[in-house]
Design a protein around this ligand. Structure first.
Ligand code: ADP
Ligand code: ADP
Length: 229
């Protein structure tokens, strides 16, 4: 099954073309990592998929339905997408449990079912015993695990990761990139992952997308991609 399909997507800011003629699709359970130098359009592409910006050319389809084009804009919360940001973006005044439960409560999932689902995620992400704490009482790595648990709790069709490990120290980055790849494969999560770190992309991706000046330079299995200087 195709989860995400991007067709002839284009986006400009004034006279500056940030993205032009972007075409690709992502299958269920696939992890795509997007690599490229600063300014090549990675964040713009992620924001268009998330629904935080509107394209001016082409379209974005999720599970076959057009969610974005120059004339159509489905709200972010109605796209079946969740996102993990570089800076975790947890609600600081809510406990870890309440942060993770937020999306499920909004969907009116019964409390007992929430508890059961979160227990599984807490175990998978090694967050046992932290449920009653507040985000500022956790380390950066723990906060990012909570953000991942929160994003996975509602079982989104597509998970967007925006430089998810950039705020962590090197040891934790190395540990978490293999941990995340393992977790997403175990859960069958479809992932669109943006990073400027080639090691992170190579460690996680089923397919690598290398962008250059607002266009796709290559998109292929990591083993046959290369990084041009
Ligand atoms: P990356 O994430 O790969 O660093 P971006 O998607 O942030 O690249 O940016 C792509 C290009 O579009 C850059 O030249 C950037 O300056 C420009 N750009 C991004 N967002 C805006 C904006 N809101 N207004 C004007 N220009 C922007
Ligand atoms: P609310 O108080 O907002 O109605 P819920 O009833 O949705 O909260 O909470 C879901 C269930 O999870 C409740 O039974 C609650 O006691 C339980 N719960 C809350 N915090 C924790 C936690 N830190 N660890 C385990 N269970 C928790």
């Amino acid at each position: 099954t195709t989860i995400l399909e991007v067709k002839q997507l284009g986006k400009s800011f004034g006279s500056h073309t940030a993205l032009k003629n972007i075409n690709f699709s992502v299958k269920q359970g696939e992890i795509i990592s997007v690599l490229g130098p600063s300014g090549c359009g990675k964040s713009t592409l992620l924001q268009l998929i998330a629904g935080l910006q509107q394209p001016d050319e082409g379209e974005i389809c999720l599970r076959g339905a057009t969610v974005a084009s120059a004339s159509r804009m489905v709200a972010p919360e109605k796209r079946g997408i969740n996102m993990v940001f570089q800076d975790y973006a947890l609600w600081p005044h809510m406990t870890i449990y309440d942060n993770m439960a937020y999306g499920l409560r909004r969907q009116k999932v019964p409390a007992a079912a929430i508890k059961e689902q979160l227990a599984a995620l807490v175990a998978l992400l090694h967050l046992e015993g932290l449920e009653d704490r507040l985000p500022p009482q956790l380390s950066g790595g723990q906060q990012q695990r909570v953000a991942i648990a929160r994003a996975l709790a509602t079982k989104p069709d597509l998970l967007l990761l925006d430089e998810p490990l950039s705020n962590l120290d090197m040891r934790l980055r190395i540990e978490m990139r293999s941990e995340m790849a393992y977790l997403f494969r175990q859960l069958g999560t479809t992932v669109f992952h943006v990073t400027h770190d080639p090691d992170e992309a190579f460690a996680m991706a089923d397919r690598l997308m290398i962008m250059r000046s607002g266009a796709i330079d290559q998109i292929d299995r990591p083993q046959i991609c290369y990084e041009r200087p």
